[in-house]
Design a protein around this ligand. Structure first.
Ligand code: M6R
Length: 615
């Protein structure tokens, strides 16, 4: 997730672009850059780090005055957060500058084609491929918008592209697929932005671009076409009423709520580009040779908080698919118990921020014992991926709410990918078996969206249960970590006493906590897996018999729970191992809404920090 701005009009392009980037910094902040056109030449400045670093660069090397510009604030995906990987990227001739948000899945083939043609690349990014393709067409005489349509037609994946041509100072051109882009319509000036926050101080009239559309903005016109060049129909202009703070949150009251609603996109992005047409799974930066992965005799997953719960889900999937024993350990406990690890151990660390000190120390300890370390991380270039042998990036985009939501779902997805990859490398699964899971995973964004669309029931429930003091969460198998996550969300933002338990363990002690009307959430496994489903039904009866109010999360069509449920929350049918991706979402919404109704600061709960960089 990156922030993009484009401008054409009478104002200083630099001023408009930089102020837009500041508003979009919440979308990514590991590097920033700007390009402007003036007197037939493009000038670009870009710098790793926050926009303040770019400000210093602009002060040291001022740009010429210009009325045509593009800018970018980056959340790195392909290539670390360096100056050379920062956007904009220029074509080889320097005639075209381009910024990009998204992931170009087929960039490796396109890059090879361009390199064979003599194009020299200046970065490690997927983005530069689009800049070079566009530059080649424009150099041959194709107008920028027509070139953009051709390039967009060749790309696979998700992208918003915005470009300028030094020989066409009156135009900015953009394209989008599966990545956001909004046009800001002004008087004698027009704007482009990843969202309206980019231009809200200049205009409140906007047009949202549809899938596979290309837009050209000049001072007085906005022209939108489909990729075949025909004029786009069903273009919907709208007026924005939000203030700037609300705009950054996409109109949501909290970043956390926005991030919950971003999950279908985040999961889709994390799956992008991992699975080839020939049925091969590939991961980001796995610098561990297949022979070494075949020798691994144990996996230890190490993480903290929500990431630890993602690890607990992973254990079920990885052991099931690979038959490699898998332990999951809280990072702060790991190195103090003298864990048994050696060169045959694969240590998997999970961290949204990539900076959690406990997890980092665990990595250092593991590497001292010569274990191989794979990091699952959301932050490109953070310390944890840098100190690991391999990295799988989750593509959730920046997570601002202290309570992790899209971080968790994408970590779970990355763990599934790792499990399937190990199964592939070790020959534990047939291609068709891996394909079947990948097919089901590809349907998850749509299923998560459905859970969100039906979220009103959970929001109302939060209103009803606002004054309860204690909540219990029960689950078995992967439903157990979901219960732990549901309880943690409620503790950290609603400050409620909440406990998650394995449902079968209840009768060994915790059932004593059950008193009249205590809300008990129960995650019911999908039907058909051993006797798991029936056992959980018995557990629901046990707590209900003792007066609990049972709130049951269950798949569509499962009516066996009805006689024992006070509230039934449905989710789409999925296989057992993938259930956390749909069952966690109502619990996130519930916690967010309850905390909101209690008047708490949901994004910055008391006593907590987003990234815990001390042990
Ligand atoms: O950045 P990390 O994923 O390493 O952070 C780990 C935990 O600190 C984090 O998940 C924490 O538990 C969250 N506040 C939970 O919502």
């Amino acid at each position: 997730m990156c922030g993009i701005v484009g401008y054409i009009g009478p104002r200083s392009a630099q001023d408009v672009v930089i102020s837009g980037l500041r508003r979009l910094e919440y979308r990514g902040y590991d590097s920033a850059g700007i390009a402007v056109g003036s007197d037939g030449t493009l000038s670009a400045r870009k710098k790793s780090g926050k926009i303040t670093h770019l400000d210093e660069e602009l002060a040291a090397r001022p740009l010429p005055a210009s009325h045509q510009g593009i800018g970018h604030t980056r959340w790195a995906t392909h290539g670390g957060p360096t100056d050379s990987n920062a956007h904009p990227h220029l074509s080889q001739s320097g005639r075209v500058a381009l910024v990009h948000n998204g992931i170009i899945e087929n960039f490796a083939e396109l890059r090879a084609e361009l390199e064979a043609d003599g194009v020299r690349f200046a970065s490690e990014t997927d983005t530069e491929t689009a800049a070079q393709l566009l530059g080649r067409l424009v150099d041959e005489g194709t107008p920028l918008a027509a070139a953009m349509r051709q390039v967009a037609g060749r790309l696979e994946g998700a992208f918003t592209l915005v470009a300028i041509d030094s020989d066409d100072p009156d135009r900015v051109v953009a394209a989008r697929r599966n990545s956001p882009l909004v046009v800001g319509v002004g008087e004698g000036e027009n704007f482009l932005g990843s969202d309206v926050a980019a231009f809200l101080e200049y205009t409140r009239d906007a047009i949202e671009l549809g899938q596979d559309q290309v837009v050209e903005i000049t001072r007085d016109d906005v022209t939108i076409t489909d990729l075949d060049g025909s004029t786009a129909t069903a273009v919907k202009p709208y007026h924005v009423d939000w203030d700037i703070a609300a705009a950054e949150k996409g109109g949501f009251d909290w970043f956390m709520r926005k991030e919950i609603y971003e999950q279908p996109r985040a999961v889709a992005d994390t799956l992008l580009g991992r699975y080839s047409a020939s049925g091969e799974l590939t991961l980001d930066e796995v610098r561990i040779r297949p022979e070494e992965l075949r020798r691994i005799d144990k996996i230890v997953i190490v993480a903290c908080g929500t990431a630890f719960y993602a690890g607990l889900v992973a254990k079920y999937a990885i052991e099931h698919w690979t038959r490699i024993p898998c332990e999951v350990e809280i990072a702060s406990e790991f190195r103090y118990r003298d864990p048994i690890i050696d060169p045959m151990t694969l240590v998997v660390t999970i961290s949204q921020s990539g900076e959690t000190a406990d997890t980092l120390m665990a990595i250092r300890h593991a590497r001292e014992q010569h274990a191989k370390v794979i990091a699952i991380c959301n932050t490109n270039g953070a310390t944890i991926p840098r100190e690991s042998d391999a990295v799988i990036y989750t593509h959730a985009g920046p997570e601002r709410g202290v309570a992790s939501t899209k971080g968790f779902l994408t970590q779970v997805v990355a763990c599934y990918l790792l499990g399937l990859y190990l199964a592939q490398v070790r020959g534990m699964k047939y291609r068709e078996e891996i394909a079947a899971v990948m097919d089901e995973l590809s349907t998850m964004p749509e299923k998560i969206q459905r859970v969100l669309d039906e979220g009103q029931q959970v929001l109302d429930l939060a209103g009803e249960l606002r004054d309860e003091h204690s909540f219990l969460f029960l689950g078995r198998h992967v439903g157990y970590p979901v219960s732990l996550e549901g309880a943690l969300k409620l503790k950290e933002i609603a400050y409620k006493h909440a406990e998650g338990f394995p449902a079968g363990e209840l009768k060994h002690g915790p059932i004593a906590l059950v008193e009249k009307d205590i809300p008990v959430f129960v995650v019911v496994p999908p039907r058909g897996r051993d006797q798991l489903h029936d056992k959980v039904i018995s557990n629901i009866q046990e707590v209900r018999a003792r007066g609990a109010r049972t709130i049951v999360l269950v798949e569509d069509g499962d009516d066996e729970v009805l006689p024992y449920s006070d509230v039934v929350i449905r989710h789409p049918r999925v296989s057992t191992l993938l259930q956390p991706l749909v069952a966690t979402v109502p619990l996130q919404l519930f916690a967010c809404e309850l905390a909101t109704r209690l008047g708490h600061d949901v994004d910055q709960p008391r006593n907590l920090a987003k990234s815990v960089t001390v042990e």
